[in-house]
Ligand binder design. Structure first.
Ligand code: GDP
Ligand code: MG
Ligand code: ZN
Length: 314
């Protein structure tokens, strides 16, 4: 027999979850449980899975089920040190392109320093960044505006929303369209509420990794994607620990403060940390009021944390 059976057409999809022996793939809104074609494993060997959550894959009908037969090249990955072998990289999610940093206008208090930490972690990974100020219903005077004005000047997309009364939620929906986004923010700021306000089918645990992985439990962080009905995906889980600074040199931190990076070429020393060095363009700009003191304070706090702990987890 020279003729093989006619091949089923290739389907394209995005891996939503890894369920061990199978991966669940979103194929145009339908979830398909897929195995991995053996030939794919030749690339990575037996120990590593050739397919990750977030991968764009091609699948074929295979007997009763479906098989992943190809993985499209990844556009970046979110990884962390492998908990069992800290020198190895563990891939958490492929093709993440956007981080939405969520803070509350009040309850808990608005602390720009915390936002800056998340911004730096996202900047260091080259991700697009949006900032959501939630619970604006609790602060009609917009006392956070002095900070959000600066973030906007720096080029960040800032959304002022209330998950409770729906203000601003439509703009966030639009922003998320056709992106793969992780919500990042401290407990209680309203990540789950925001996700539910975006779409009630999301019924979310988004961002609740800390609560789920209580102390002492051995949680293998399972990352999954939630499909946004209007296009795009939300990452369900990776939390604060996965977004720590990793593989970072202290001298890099200033690069991720956009207004510092613009000026650092004018510092006298190439390796200026913008502390007490002479002829530092950054501290000069702070003194002149061209860089906000609170942004500089965030930077100084990050440096201090970095020195205290070579592997900070924020
Ligand atoms: N007033 C107000 N409360 C909110 C808003 N969004 C969330 N909350 C409340 O804040 C608390 C924490 O919200 P949650 O979504 O669980 O935060 P998460 O820990 O970031 O997921 C809950 O009591 C919510 O009802 C909002 O826009 N306005
Ligand atoms: Mg939550
Ligand atoms: Zn400097």
């Amino acid at each position: 027999m020279t003729d093989s059976a006619p091949r089923a057409p290739l389907l394209k999809g995005v891996v939503l979850r890894d369920e061990g022996s199978q991966l669940v793939v979103d194929v145009g809104g339908e979830e398909r449980a897929c195995s991995i074609r053996k030939t794919l494993r030749r690339k990575t060997g037996k120990r590593r899975k050739p397919v990750a959550v977030g991968d764009r894959v091609h699948i074929e009908q295979s007997g009763e089920g479906f098989a992943i037969v190809a993985v499209e090249p990844r556009q970046g990955v979110l990884s962390r040190p492998d908990p069992s072998q800290p020198r190895r990289e563990q891939l958490l999610v492929a093709n993440l392109d956007t981080v939405l940093v969520v803070a509350a206008a009040k309850r808990p208090d608005f602390v720009p320093n915390l936002i800056d930490r998340f911004l730096v972690a996202a900047e260091s990974r080259g991700l697009d960044i949006g900032i959501v100020i939630n619970k604006t219903d609790l602060d009609p005077d917009r006392s956070y505006a002095v900070f959000t004005d600066t973030y906007r000047e720096l080029g960040y997309d800032v959304f002022e929303v209330s998950a409770t009364d729906g203000t601003g939620v439509e703009d966030v929906r639009t922003y998320l369209t056709d992106r793969t986004t992780s919500l990042l923010g401290h407990s209680g700021v309203g990540k789950s509420s925001l996700a539910n306000a975006l779409d009630e089918s999301l019924k979310i645990r988004v961002g609740d990794v800390q609560q789920q992985s209580g102390k002492g439990t051995h949680t293998t962080t399972t990352v999954s994607l939630l499909r946004l009905p209007w296009g795009g995906y939300l990452v369900d889980t990776p939390g604060i620990r996965e977004f720590g600074l990793w593989n970072v040199e202290i001298a890099d931190i200033g690069l991720w403060f956009r207004e510092f990076a613009q000026r650092a070429d004018d510092c006298r020393f190439n390796d200026c940390l913008h502390e007490n060095e002479p002829q530092c363009a950054v501290t000069a700009a702070v003194a002149a009021g061209a860089i906000q003191q609170w942004r500089y304070d965030s930077y100084a706090a990050l440096l201090a944390g970095f020195r205290r702990d070579a592997k900070p987890n924020y």
